[in-house]
Design a protein around this ligand. Structure first.
Ligand code: PHE
Length: 459
């Protein structure tokens, strides 16, 4: 299988994977951190599973999927930016490393073995290099559907939903939800749902996910207090939640849930009323329901206070021994911080094509449950050089010895029209102090690789 992956990675697609990147991904491919006992990602997964008793939990689904599973089956448009080779690891034209756990939605609905389910899995995306992004991360999603054919009438079904909602024991939290139930940008699926039906499904979704968010953030709060870390005044605000309009090809209407945490609104999850044609394609046309998806690293980082996403991959016992799934959550105690070695690389782009440099804002957040993609500006179609290409060169060359890559200068020469970019690469290993020579050698390799792969002119 690995040989297959490697051969196709090398020869197929317009942008073959770098051999070295592929090698590091293959090395991590079967680690399944979300299922390792006492691993912080596994503890976070279990905490979320505990919010949905009775749901079937899928944690073993393999990461190589078809383009159809990852995109087409969910109704992604043929030109959806998520499909770009600059964002997605293709193995060949029909096969890729899943970019989200939703790749399994249709299959799980088709199996039709439970009303509620969760899926946790490793997912793969080409992305920035910084403390919150890693080419492999973990997502979790969940869905609840009702089989309407099991009710005597539509009224019975609505009555059941309403009763569930009435019996719901809401957590003590302030929730902002300024959205009308439907918007033209995010419409009722009127061909399939009555307005009241979709509103009740949406309310059911919101109450359940609010409760989950309160569970998670109450744990985070407890862990912080137990650690004796003094909260800053703005952090003493009580927990607040807000619903924000969002867009996903596989739900409508769709919302993101944000949490007011330590002085900032933090996006926690994407969700919505499941696209009915998707359920029809899955062979369960009489089911209706809701779904959500979230990134596990982001939540684990704030639950445990883990400062760098690379730490999740650590095999260092000083990291692993700090987590115990039988104990209340405890804040991570950093055991060392080795010095940083920043190095800049500046270059002229070849004349040929436009460059796509992502804005700092777009690359500064934790892996979003990807809905984010749809609201970000669309990246140009097939640029000669995409910022993620540079990120791949850095990952493929210096791997986990790099903490951050940031564009610090981007200018176009007024006369020649040529574009120049300067990136700061911050080298810092989690395992040892990098000597000047080591940092220089890694940097030199990156410079050479940029010239040979993209024909840039170093400055
Ligand atoms: N698949 C979406 C993502 O990766 C998250 C999501 C899952 C949204 C399920 C809605 C329903 O961003």
């Amino acid at each position: 299988f690995l040989l297959y992956l490697r051969a196709f990675g090398r020869f197929c697609g317009s942008k073959p994977l770098l051999d070295s990147t592929l090698r590091s991904i293959i090395a991590q491919y079967d680690r399944r951190l979300h299922a390792q006992p006492n691993h912080p990602l596994s503890i976070t997964r279990k905490l979320i599973e505990s919010c949905f008793p009775g749901f079937q939990n899928h944690n073993e689904l393999p990461g190589v999927v078809t383009v159809n599973q990852n995109f087409d089956s969910l109704g992604f448009a043929p030109d959806h930016p998520g499909r770009n080779r600059s964002d997605t690891y293709y193995i060949n034209k029909d096969t890729l490393l899943r970019t989200h756990t939703s790749a399994h939605e249709v299959d799980v609905f088709r199996a039709n073995t439970s009303d509620g389910y969760t899926i946790a899995a490793d997912v793969y995306r080409r992305d920035a290099v910084d403390r919150t992004h890693y080419p492999i991360f973990h997502q979790m999603e969940g869905a609840l559907t009702w089989d309407k054919s099991k009710f005597n009438s539509q009224d019975d079904f609505l009555h059941q939903l309403q009763t569930d909602l009435n019996n719901f024991n809401p957590p003590n939290v302030e929730v902002e939800d300024p959205n009308p139930p439907f918007q033209s940008s995010n419409p009722l699926q009127e061909k399939y749902h009555s307005a009241i039906e979709a509103e009740l499904i949406g309310a059911h979704l919101k109450r359940n996910l609010e409760k989950m968010a309160v569970t998670i953030f109450t744990e985070a709060d407890k862990a912080l207090k137990a650690s004796g870390q003094e909260a800053a005044p703005e952090d003493k605000d009580p927990l607040k939640l807000r619903w924000v309009e969002a867009f996903f090809p596989h739900t409508s209407p769709s919302w993101e849930l944000e949490v007011w945490w330590r002085g900032d609104w933090l996006e926690v999850l994407g969700s919505g009323v499941i696209d009915q044609p998707l359920l029809i394609r899955a062979g369960v046309p009489t089911r209706v329901g809701w779904a959500f998806g979230l990134g596990l690293e982001r939540l684990a980082m704030l639950l445990f206070g883990i400062p760098d996403i690379r730490l999740f991959w650590s095999k260092d016992s000083r990291f692993l021994n700090q987590f115990d799934e039988k104990k209340p959550i405890q804040r991570f105690q950093p055991f060392s911080k080795y010095p940083a070695a920043p190095r800049d690389v500046a270059f002229w782009l070849p004349k040929s094509g436009p460059v796509v440099a992502e804005t700092p804002a777009a690359s500064s957040s934790t892996p979003s449950p990807a809905g984010g993609k749809e609201t970000e500006p669309t990246l140009s179609e097939s640029p000669a050089f995409h910022e993620n290409d540079l990120m791949e060169v850095v990952r493929g060359t210096a791997g986990d010895s790099v903490e951050d890559v940031t564009c610090i200068d981007n200018f176009t020469h007024p006369k020649t029209g040529r574009q120049s970019l300067c990136y700061r690469v911050t080298y810092r290993s989690l395992e040892k102090t990098l000597t000047n020579e080591e940092a220089n050698a890694l940097h030199e390799e990156i410079r050479k690789e940029l010239v040979s792969r993209f024909g840039v002119e170093l400055r």
